[in-house]
Design a protein around this ligand. Structure first.
Ligand code: GRF
Length: 220
């Protein structure tokens, strides 16, 4: 694939609240010469998020917001939006961003903001997904990348990564295997979005080509 110039690359803002391992996988993939995007800013809803330091250490603008000090959902969303605009972001990747966003903010980035969720949606929206998957006795589990919509974890699914549930699994072991798949799937989806090969139409994902449509990962 052709080397991309900085001019051609989409500018991505990554939203985090904690560890930032998915953020790190997006940053790593952006260093490939063929990357269609660059991570220009990492914005956290928590000032002490570990991922902020990881980003800053790599020379990426790290924006520490404090959702508690900001006081309301509207104030946090306005601060996030202003930071994204200040860094001229084209696309937004939520990676463990633990705040519920307002419909107004989501509308501004509709079709340009994606999220990774640790379950095979529409199963197990919300938190504690690995515990709930084990509790339900499902034999396959995984992660989903979707466009962000006003309803939590309900936006159009773009791609999914599948993990087998193994006998004797506990939530930590399952989470670790799902996370390995997340780290492959999320950069692949962001690359494809940045290439303009995926878009949102009438609440559904539209794929421009067969490779974009077959974005999925099966782990061992
Ligand atoms: C991941 O499991 C992701 O799917 C979910 O939050 C977690 C974030 O982990 N949205 P990390 O901060 O990327 O390590």
């Amino acid at each position: 694939m052709a080397k991309m110039s900085d001019m051609q690359r989409k500018r991505v803002g990554v939203l985090i609240s904690g560890r930032g391992s998915n953020m790190a996988s997006l940053i790593k993939a952006a260093k490939l010469p063929t990357a269609a995007y660059e991570v220009v800013s990492v914005i956290s809803s928590k000032p002490d998020a570990v991922g902020l330091k990881t980003a800053a250490d790599q020379g990426i603008a790290a924006v520490a917001l404090d959702h508690k000090a900001l006081g309301s959902r509207e104030a946090l969303d306005a601060a996030v939006h202003n930071a994204l605009i200040a860094h001229k972001c084209d696309l937004v990747a939520c990676a463990g961003f633990m705040r519920i966003m307002t419909a107004e903010f989501i509308a501004k980035w509709q079709g340009r903001m994606i999220n990774i969720h640790p379950s095979l949606l529409p199963l197990f929206k919300g938190v504690d997904t690995h515990e709930r998957a084990l509790e339900a006795g499902v034999r396959v589990h995984g992660c989903s990348v979707h466009f962000v919509s006003a309803e939590l974890d309900a936006g159009a699914i773009i791609a999914q990564g599948v993990v087998k549930v193994l006998p004797g699994d506990n939530a930590d072991a399952l989470a670790a295997r799902v996370l390995q798949v997340e780290h492959k799937l999320y950069p692949a989806v962001l690359q494809t979005l940045a290439q303009g090969r995926i878009s949102l139409h009438d609440g559904r994902t539209r794929y421009v080509d067969d490779d974009a449509a077959s974005l999925s990962v099966l782990s061992a």
